[in-house]
Ligand binder design. Structure first.
Ligand code: GDP
Ligand code: MG
Length: 747
């Protein structure tokens, strides 16, 4: 048994799908997330039912890939029942699709979703109206709150065993007889769902015209006999008009508003939007919200209590033990010293996790024979590498939780809206920001999501900029560097500035490219802002669980493989058959020593350990987490025994070098998976261009960062400020250039 979920974008299909199948597909607020088909199983009926989440569509015409996928699936794969999910807060618009689905000979159940919103706004929907008019069952649900789902499935299951014949709302329009006769013709040649095909053919649907050339000719002839109306033979418009007219005639009164309670509810969301999407304050507020998140996750001085008020926690063993194991060490003795300030939740969890995994490894190592090659491989290689990544896991998950809350509440959709408004002048549209914002999670699905952009150039550009929105795999790099940079700078500011740098560079690059190629007017971007709602605990947890699973899978496969490779290269010389050698004589040192000259101008490869950072940027190609694993593995071997990796890092890189290293890793080639996706999703000629862009761009930006950092070595914070001021200046330049060009065009 197979049911398909069909409905408009943002009607809640994915939410319903997840609730029914227990699958944990990502739920985002924007149209276009569900480009691919998702399948799952519903097990609570007497028979297992396969559920398919179709892409969101407004119509069954063959214009967009989503429409084609959905239409073909319904017609060819013949689901036993279609669950047409309808956003009840937008009833009339959603029913437009319903009227088309009803024309197909397939059992249909209408799921009125978002009933929680309808009810809380004091409205009511007379679902009997719908049932009577359309002659299909209607079930009120709230996918988000898991209400009415059992009933929906029971009804759909019952419905699936009945045969249903297509019904059209165009029965009473001028060309009803034409529909009737065309349908008959379709029947005689044995077409399934003749009504649907007949209406589409009359609409001049390109697919139908090709499929039924003969009948199409007849239809054209008949059309000339029908009296002209205001559409003057434009049957596509006439059919659309017929549908809308029917809907508004029959269902205008179906939504019952209850006094002014409804208005109140609406204004509440509007009121929030007045602040959050304010013309001037919108972007600063977004930045503040992001900063608060980074502060909460990466700060070792919560609320700046130490910086501002000199609060310190003295070395009373138990306090340090409780608040943060190893948050700071004495440089000489390696012992725990007084904590400067109270660590944020992220740092607190990170230090505990680091302590826990570190202790486990020590315990494990004590059972291993000393000095054998496999002890080296397991303890110094695999476990040390994995430990370095896993100790940042709590921070990364916390960061993702915060981003998921922003997404789930509906705020991220607003960010795209704000960005759209601010950057439209430069030829950037909010539609491109949606995949970019997804890049905070992972570049791969973000690049796939650029499918929603129609313009090929814009798609190529967006794909090229996606990695600049720092993905989850890069987060451990920032966390590690934040830990190293903490001596002179607060980690939260550092991580925040890296994310910001990525966004700003992406925007500036896009503007420059648009200004110097022929920038054209961007079509207005119409986007529905979903109503704000409280994020659901279950969704958030499902989201985190998905991330965790992915992380563990990655760690146990490609990351471990890379660690083993690095271990091999760092323990054998070119004459590897001669057995283990000291790291100084290994192949990896030679490789690193060659690489380091390439990176020399960027600073981070200059010191004694420079070859390590050079090698790490290359292993980052396999997976960005490998940057951390490689550094931990190699620094752990060469550094003094009592030193932690963080301390060794701090000792071997200056702040300017740390910044340059971060910038290089942010802007350079993403991992192989993302490179492959880029190749698949962008146009042919864009592939080499984008590779060159990443290669050259990262080098130049990193160089600028290093030079600016050098100039302000004494006051790195000032350096960051200046850097951002520079970038702001470029933005302004870009603005005036484009304005000037526009004027020139008018003149
Ligand atoms: P899709 O594009 O059709 O797959 O829609 P999604 O499942 O991604 O849902 C779009 C938005 O609507 C998400 O923010 C959901 O959390 C929200 N949503 C879905 N179902 C409900 C519901 O029953 N009530 C409320 N209040 N929100 C819902
Ligand atoms: Mg979806």
């Amino acid at each position: 048994m197979k049911f398909a979920l069909a409905g408009n974008p943002n009607s809640g299909k994915t939410t319903l799908f997840n609730a029914l199948t227990g699958a944990t597909a990502h739920v985002g607020n924007w149209p276009g997330v569900t480009v691919e088909k998702k399948e799952g199983t519903y097990k609570k009926l007497s028979e297992k039912v396969q559920i398919v989440d179709l892409p969101g569509i407004y119509s069954l015409s063959p214009y967009t890939p989503e429409e084609v996928v959905s239409r073909n699936f319904i017609l060819d794969e013949k689901p036993d029942c279609i669950i047409n999910i309808v956003d009840a807060t937008n009833l009339e618009r959603n029913l437009y699709l319903t009227t088309q689905i009803l024309e197909i000979d397939v059992p249909v159940v209408i799921a009125l979703n978002m009933m929680d919103l309808v009810k809380s706004s004091g409205r009511e929907i007379r679902k009997e109206d719908l049932e009577k008019t359309f002659n299909v069952p209607v079930v009120e649900i709230s996918a988000l709150r898991n209400e009415g789902l059992k009933e929906l499935m029971d009804v759909a299951y019952k419905e699936a065993s009945n045969k249903r014949v297509g019904f059209t709302v165009l029965e009473n329009c001028k060309f009803a007889s034409l529909i009737e006769s065309t349908k008959k013709e379709m029947e005689t040649i044995g077409i399934e769902s003749p009504l649907f095909h007949a209406v589409k053919l009359i609409e001049n649907d390109s697919v139908e015209m090709e499929m039924h050339e003969e009948i199409a000719k007849g239809v054209e002839k008949l059309k000339t006999q029908i009296p002209q109306d205001e559409f003057e033979g434009d049957y596509e418009a006439a059919v659309a008009d017929g549908r809308y007219r029917y809907i508004s005639e029959h269902f205008a009164g179906t939504v019952k508003k209850d006094e002014n309670e409804g208005e109140l509810q609406v204004t509440k969301s509007d009121k929030i939007d007045k602040v959050l999407t304010h013309r001037i304050w919108g972007i600063p507020l977004f930045l503040i919200i992001m900063f608060v998140i980074f502060h909460f996750v990466f700060s070792s001085d919560i609320l700046f209590l130490n910086r501002l008020f000199g609060l310190e926690i003295n070395n009373e063993g138990w306090i340090n033990f409780f608040i943060g194991m190893g948050a700071e060490f004495d440089e000489v003795t390696g012992e725990l010293i007084a904590l400067e300030g109270i660590p944020s939740l992220g740092v607190f969890l990170q230090s505990w996790m680091g302590w826990l995994t570190g202790s486990l490894i020590d315990l494990f190592a004590s059972f291993m024979p000393e000095g054998t090659w496999y002890t080296g491989l397991v303890c110094d290689g695999i476990l040390t590498g994995l430990d370095s990544i896993f100790s940042f896991l709590p921070q990364i998950l916390l960061l993702f939780l915060c981003i998921a809350i922003l997404e789930d509440s509906g705020y991220m959709a607003r960010v795209a809206f704000i960005m759209d408004r601010a950057f439209r002048k430069f030829g950037l549209s909010g539609k491109a920001f949606i995949p970019l914002l997804m890049g905070f999670g992972c570049s791969v699905p973000a690049m796939v999501a650029t499918k929603t952009l129609e313009d090929e150039k814009e798609r190529d550009l967006t794909i090229a900029l996606t990695p600049f929105f720092s993905c989850g795999a890069k987060a451990p790099i920032w966390a590690m560097l934040a830990f190293a940079i903490v001596g002179s700078l607060l980690g939260d500011i550092f991580v925040f500035s890296i994310y910001l740098l990525g966004i700003v560079v992406a925007i500036v690059a896009a503007i420059l490219i648009k200004v110097f190629s022929k920038a054209h007017e961007v079509p207005p971007f119409i986007m529905e802002l979903p109503a704000y709602h409280r994020p659901q605990f279950k969704n958030l947890m499902a989201n985190l669980w998905e991330k965790l699973k992915h992380f563990i899978y990655k760690a146990s496969t490609i990351i471990t493989a890379a660690i083993i490779l690095i271990w091999f290269l760092s323990n054998f010389s070119w004459a590897f058959w001669q057995g283990l050698v000291e790291i100084e004589d290994s192949m990896l040192v030679d490789i690193g020593n060659v690489l380091k000259y390439f990176f020399y101008p960027l600073g981070f490869s200059q010191g004694e350990h420079g070859w390590i950072y050079s090698v790490a940027t290359v292993t980052g190609l396999i997976a960005k987490e490998d940057v951390v694993a490689t550094i931990a593995q190699l620094l752990g071997t060469v550094a003094e025994d009592e030193e932690t990796v963080g301390l060794a890092l701090m000792g071997s890189l200056s702040n300017a070098q740390i910044y340059a290293f971060a910038a290089y890793n942010l802007f350079t080639f993403p991992c192989f998976a993302a490179i492959a996706t880029m190749k698949a999703e962008s146009s042919k000629k864009a592939f080499p261009k984008t590779l060159a862009f990443w290669f050259g761009g990262s080098y130049v930006i990193s160089l600028v960062v290093y030079l600016v950092g050098l100039a302000f070595q004494a006051a790195i914070v000032l350096g960051i400020v200046v850097l951002h001021a520079l970038i702001a200046a470029i933005v302004l330049c870009g603005y005036f250039v484009s304005k000037h060009r526009n004027k020139a065009k008018v003149a």
